[in-house]
Design a protein around this ligand. Structure first.
Ligand code: AMP
Ligand code: MG
Length: 413
């Protein structure tokens, strides 16, 4: 049986993932979305030359001998325009962000001066022409492109959108995502407690993983390992753009997911990827849908989501950085590797003076979800590795936050 490599599988998925269209949403709801249009500035900012410091607006050629005593002709606050022009021997007291008065060409910081009288100041330190003046339009220029389409909206980007008064933000749409768990043994969160059953974790980890990407998915619940019931549930799932199915995709006689999908005319692109955990992963499409078949083991489901589903959802929503950020760490112990697959080992990260240190969490069985619950990242063991020794440099995919990069592993581009 041919297993697909991780990168071949990712490529097939991304080739079938179209970026969605545009919608307009309120600024306050736009964090972590991606701009679908270039954004132009509607103003010069600052609107005129302003002071970068609290101090005195002076004519620099009045400072050829120091200290220099100047007459203070006016107090200029941010938001009020100066009334008088500064002539030789004069200056104006000025606040950060206030307009530079006519005649002045430099601002001397208040720390470099001493007040002599209420209307006179002694300047102790000189400055080059133009010091402490922010030019008109230094921040934003009317008509200039300030943000390009494809930019992810971080808090800083959101601030720029507010500065150009973009109250309604053009962003890429989000896909509608549904999640279906399969298995006769499963007990739902609201079902009565039955000691013979297995609690359905995957619906909820998948829900949270989708939510962490900024998309709110729909839970379709649990379906039994019964071809008719499964077909009905999958039909409901195909009303959504993206369907995530957990379980029933392996080689057991009751693993009906893939044949049922094929009967419903879902074209299956591949099954089984050379990774561990997660090798029973499969992927299919119709003209309107993407279907991700995630293995039932809870760790496998989460690992496959990170490698296959997250990059696709990010591409669909306009992101350029599709892959979890990786970093280099030192392994704190030996790690055996006895099979042919690329392996994702759940690790905790600590830091010492030499950098990051990675330590495996708990049992690495794909059924032990605590190994994932306690992990900061996934340590990547290459398929051809004969095992790793303590102190060896390893690549770790970080699982926290919204940090993504352009390349799957290795140095970010
Ligand atoms: P399967 O992929 O259906 O063969 O399931 C593999 C293992 O994962 C079995 O031990 C299942 O009981 C378990 N499993 C399947 N679905 C879930 C789920 N939704 N939540 C937790 N465990 C599951
Ligand atoms: Mg099953």
């Amino acid at each position: 049986m041919n297993y697909f490599s991780l990168s071949a599988a990712q490529q097939i998925i991304l080739q079938s993932t179209a970026r969605l269209g545009m919608e307009t949403i309120p600024l306050a709801r736009s964090l972590n979305r991606v701009l679908a249009k270039d954004i132009l500035s509607n103003r010069d900012h600052p609107p005129y030359a302003v002071s970068a410091m609290d101090g005195y607006a002076v004519r620099v050629n009045n400072l050829s001998t120091l200290p220099a005593i100047l007459t203070v002709i006016e107090d200029i606050k941010a938001g009020t325009l100066p009334i008088k022009a500064v002539l030789d021997g004069q200056c104006a007291r000025i606040m950060t962000g206030a307009a530079i008065p006519q005649g002045a060409d430099t601002v001397i910081r208040v720390e470099d001066t001493e007040t002599i009288l209420s209307d006179a100041v002694q300047i102790n330190t000189g400055a080059a022409l133009g010091t402490n003046i922010r030019r008109q339009g230094e921040n934003l220029r009317t008509g200039a492109t300030v943000l390009k389409a494809g930019t992810m909206i971080t808090p800083g980007v959101l601030g720029i959108l507010a500065m150009v008064k973009c109250a309604q933000v053009p962003v890429y749409q989000q896909p509608r995502v549904a999640i279906l768990s399969t298995g006769d043994e499963l007990e739902g969160l609201d079902d009565p407690f039955d000691s013979n059953k297995i609690p359905d974790a995957n619906s909820h980890t998948l829900f949270a993983q989708v939510l962490a990407l900024g998309i709110t998915p729909t839970l379709l619940g649990i379906t039994q390992d019964d071809p008719l019931e499964l077909a009905q549930a999958i039909r409901r799932g195909l009303d959504y753009d993206v369907l995530l199915i957990s379980g029933g995709t392996s080689v057991g006689v009751h693993d009906y997911v893939r044949p049922t999908l094929a009967e419903l005319n879902v074209h299956m692109h591949f099954w089984r990827v050379a990774i561990r955990p997660g090798h029973p992963f499969a992927f299919g499409t119709t003209a309107k849908n993407q279907v991700f078949c995630l293995p039932g083991n809870p760790v496998s489901s989460m690992v496959c989501f990170e490698q296959f589903v997250a990059p696709a959802l990010r591409q669909a929503t306009g992101h350029h950085r599709l892959y979890r950020r990786t970093l280099t760490a030192r392994l704190s112990h030996t790690l055996a590797h006895r099979h042919q697959n690329m392996e994702f080992v759940r690790v905790r990260l600590a830091q010492d003076q030499q950098g990051y240190v990675a330590t495996a969490t708990d049992s690495q069985s794909s059924g032990v979800l605590l190994s994932m619950a306690h992990a900061d990242g996934l340590l990547i063991v290459p398929a051809d590795s004969n095992g790793l020794v303590a102190g060896e440099a390893v690549t770790v995919q970080c699982l926290d936050g919204m940090c993504y990069q352009n390349t799957p592993f290795g140095a970010p581009v």
